[in-house]
Design a protein around this ligand. Structure first.
Ligand code: AMP
Length: 390
């Protein structure tokens, strides 16, 4: 397919205008897998059923009410050591079921000791909201209380909630640090800490906040750490965060096998938009998440598609928290066919049944690519990821 050597392509690309803002050169072949058929199950054997874990019967019922029949690989391997009080490092992609892998044993721990306090630190507001939603449904009828401490929402309300001593605080690093500095969040009281999507926190630039928060935590704690990838910085966090951890890696391949990936070659923006419209009109493109690089680009593309009659909206960092949540809810509930998003806005989101991820702009790094396409093919469903390359 390619006439030029990889090194020639790389040099040519680095000279081009498209190189701006890129952290790494990604060879387009990385966006292609030629899977002819999808594996129906996961290649990792599951050893436990949910009944094998000695957890509260109502919690167990809530798990089944969510439609979870068997544990996912990360749940299969992480729930028991967390129940035993061990520190855990989970290397798992988004969509692997890692949220329930830590929420189930945490809820159970609180049911045994209502004085336990848990701090869950995540990179984005949306992920925090999503974890809180999962928590509410898994802890139904169990009187486990939580507070969301995220930027873009009223800090006064969060202060009010913290005064009521919730069992679980879920927040983003900046707001947590702010509340700590104002003396409303007493980190030393939290003896259970979860760092979720640590790699993303590093990408966003939260490393200083993470280091700060870790240094203020109680030494006597259970620490749970989740990341899809382990870079040098992430490794540094792990070393200062966990003690004698159990490490669980459920990443059997770089990208989930349930996602079929391919590229679409185009010459210039107009051809790209024409091709995109053609794809979006096809019946199988039912629920499509499109990634763009910049906030303005995402806005522009969304407006253009809207004017062409598509059911579309966008999320990016310039939109208010309420706007972002409203649009997300519409997309989740299938009121929108298309969501155009920047990386940060869409990180870690759990949106059911996304049929296609389209990289309108190429991702800035391999990690971003993996996270983007991880929005489709979730919960062992099939997914498609298409990347436009010029
Ligand atoms: P997560 O990686 O935590 O964002 O989870 C990805 C998706 O998998 C979410 O929609 C979960 O509700 C779903 N999920 C989590 N655990 C299970 C399970 N054991 N069985 C089926 N679906 C699950």
């Amino acid at each position: 397919m390619y006439k030029f050597s990889k090194s020639f392509q790389k040099r040519r690309f680095q000279k081009s205008k498209f190189y701006r803002g890129r952290k790494h050169y990604l060879n387009p072949t990385q966006y292609i897998n030629k899977t002819a058929s999808f594996p129906t199950g996961n290649d990792i054997a599951i050893k436990n059923s949910f009944n094998d874990f000695r957890i509260d019967p109502i919690l167990l019922k809530n798990i089944f009410s969510r439609g979870y029949r068997v544990p996912t690989p990360i749940q299969d391997q992480a729930i028991q050591p967390i129940l035993e009080g061990k520190d855990v490092i989970g290397i798992a992609e988004t969509g692997s079921g890692k949220t329930a892998a830590f929420l189930i044993p945490i809820i159970n721990k609180i049911l045994h000791n209502r004085q336990e306090k848990v701090l869950i630190i995540v990179p984005t507001r949306e992920l925090a909201v999503q974890i809180n939603d999962d928590l509410k449904s898994l802890s139904k009828f169990l009187s486990v209380y939580s507070s969301l401490c995220i930027g873009g929402a009223s800090i006064n309300r969060q202060i009010f909630e913290l005064r009521n001593n919730p069992h679980i605080v879920i927040g983003t690093p900046g707001r947590i640090k702010d509340l700590f500095n104002r003396n409303f969040l007493h980190l030393k009281n939290f003896r259970n800490i979860v760092l979720d999507e640590a790699d993303r926190m590093v990408d966003i630039g939260f490393l200083p906040e993470i280091k700060f928060l870790i240094s203020r935590l109680s030494q006597d704690r259970q620490s749970l750490f989740f990341s899809a990838t382990v870079s040098r910085e992430v490794d540094g966090i792990i070393n200062s965060f966990v003690t004698n951890p159990v490490t669980i890696s459920v990443k059997s391949t770089e990208t989930p096998v349930s996602i079929k990936q391919d590229v679409i070659r185009v010459r210039g923006t107009e051809e790209k938009i024409a091709k995109l419209k053609e794809l979006l009109r096809r019946q199988e493109f039912k629920k499509v998440l499109i990634f763009g690089r910049t906030k303005h680009g995402v806005d522009r593309l969304s407006k253009r598609l809207f004017l062409q009659g598509f059911s579309v909206n966008s999320i990016h960092g310039n939109k208010s928290q309420n706007q972002r949540l409203r649009v997300l809810m519409q997309f989740k509930n299938n009121q929108l066919q298309i969501l155009v998003a920047t990386d940060i806005a869409a990180r870690g989101l759990d949106i059911p049944d996304v049929s296609h991820v389209i990289n309108f702009d190429e991702p800035a790094s391999q990690t971003d690519y993996i996270h983007r396409i991880g929005r489709t093919g979730r919960a062992q469903k099939k997914g498609f990821a298409l990347t436009f390359v010029s």
